[in-house]
Design a protein around this ligand. Structure first.
Ligand code: ADE
Ligand code: ZN
Length: 321
């Protein structure tokens, strides 16, 4: 049932789909030396103790992405995986600052990703949106600069997001740039309550006016927050395998996804950084189903949630509901 049902993916960092094999071939193509001797050695390095230990390796891996063709190839490989997993709509994050800070121009990144997404629409029938994320470990000024240079591409993105090291970087650090993004007609989402406290989820809602919360698993620590999220139908894009790999929960049977659903929250299942966390969206569904004993009705609800929580226009959304 999981594999055959159409689904939308709403929490996916395109840089996090960089498989070790592609990392090696891009390193060779761009004559970059990697600190690993083999694909197996890369895979062995993917042992994380928290979010930061992952991010250090993830940003290092992204260095192999240099040309528009590299970003095209990365995105196309993900879309082929989508086809296999019956993902019919995807809303992908990209982190421009990871690339512009090392001299790769914004347009190289965006055009490469977008060209693949356009081909995905035509050749694979997969619809998509792009969400530009600001790196929260960098300054608010750096986010504003990125927002300025990205202006020529705003029409071609659906929204902005916030990711990277959460603790010590609360959402309100980015109120100004999110205000500007909304004024420009962009929707807003933010990672909150992954490692950070429930207060950061309030910050994302009140200051950044997000439509969705990415992760948000720590919301259960605040009953009034849960009530607010339920009443306002704010979706939470949960990433089960990511949460286990980054030690947010020690094992899948301890994940709070089922409790979140039982409270009436609009939860969706997503893969976050599938190359690093050991699985794409269907793997996440299977792992959650097995670990938490989810029945078919719950799986079906999660699929429906993925379309309801998406930025699809209603005419397209209704095709899947
Ligand atoms: N960037 C890529 N994956 C992330 C995650 N799970 N949390 C925060 N930033 C990220
Ligand atoms: Zn994420």
């Amino acid at each position: 049932m999981i594999d055959s049902l159409p689904k939308a993916e709403l929490h996916l960092h395109i840089e996090g789909t960089l498989e070790p094999e592609l990392m090696f071939s891009l390193a060779e193509r761009n004559q970059i030396s990697l600190p690993y001797k083999s694909v197996d050695e890369v895979k062995k390095a993917y042992q994380f103790s928290n979010l930061q230990s992952f991010l250090d390796i993830y940003y290092a891996g992204a260095q192999v992405l240099q040309t528009e063709q590299d970003f095209y190839d990365l995105t196309w490989a993900y879309l082929e995986r989508c086809k296999k997993d019956n993902v019919v709509h995807t809303e992908i994050f990209f982190d421009p600052q990871t690339h512009t800070d090392r001299g790769v121009q914004f347009g190289i990144v965006f055009e490469g990703i977008d060209a693949a997404l356009q081909d995905g629409r035509k050749q694979l029938g997969i619809s998509s949106h792009i969400i530009m994320c600001f790196l929260r470990h960098l300054s608010a000024e750096a986010a504003l600069d990125t927002f300025e240079i990205s202006k020529p591409w705003h029409q071609r993105m659906v929204g902005v997001g916030l990711d990277s090291s959460e603790l010590g970087h609360p959402p309100e650090k980015f109120t100004e740039v999110f205000d500007k993004a909304r004024q420009a007609g962009l929707k807003t989402v933010a990672h909150a309550g992954e490692e950070g406290p429930a207060d950061y989820i309030w910050g994302a809602l009140n200051e950044l006016k997000v439509f969705r919360v990415d992760h948000g698993v720590r919301c259960l620590e605040d009953e009034s927050l849960v009530q607010y999220l339920v009443e306002n139908k704010i979706p939470l894009t949960v990433c089960p395998l990511s949460n286990i790999k980054l030690c947010v929960f020690s094992r899948m049977s301890e994940h709070n996804l089922k409790q979140m659903l039982d409270k009436g929250l609009c939860v969706t299942v997503n893969s976050d950084d599938p190359s690093y966390f050991g699985g794409y969206i269907n793997d996440n569904f299977h792992a959650a189903q097995q670990g938490l004993g989810l029945d078919n009705q719950t799986i079906y609800q999660l699929m429906r949630n993925s379309f309801n929580a998406s930025f699809l226009e209603d005419v397209h959304r209704s095709e899947y509901l």
